[in-house]
Design a protein around this ligand. Sequence first.
Ligand SMILES: [Cu+2]
Length: 177
Amino acid sequence: MNARERAIRAAAAAALAWAAIACGSEPSATPPRGEAHAAGGGLAIYAPRIPEPAGDVAALYLVVVDEEGRGDRLLGAQSAIGEAMLHETREQQGLVRMTPARDGLEVPAHGELRLQPGGPHVMWTGLREPLGVGSRVRVTLEFERAGRLALEVPVVPAEQAAEVARRDPEDAAAPER
Ligand SMILES: [Cu+2]
């Protein structure tokens, strides 16, 4: 590893350590939407991305849009990469912390659920192998009403966590049902 690679890794590790403790607290700008990556049951998934993990914890960010006005609830996100948890972030005594979202995360009718740095997200712990930029992770999202939606999520550079996805037709994923 050369000096530049070491510096990049150190920066990524620092970013992730901070995210793991605080889950971020900076509001992110509204990202452009691009193409839907998966759709089904009245929901569409936009801009899925996993910032390159520096350790054995990874976060998933994306936008779930309720397109038919029925509302829903994200209950889980399965993947072979590790054990998934749904997290919310809350401010407690001046500190921003993540807490388990035991009842899932609401997708408001006619609205959207935004998993993003500083907000709710999916977090995998105990990653079974390193995830490099450019790799893709198969994820199955589970919703209370819409059921399961499968998609492939790209791993992006850690500093792009707050940004959203470029349009890439190959990113499109077929819904499982
Ligand atoms: Cu978390």
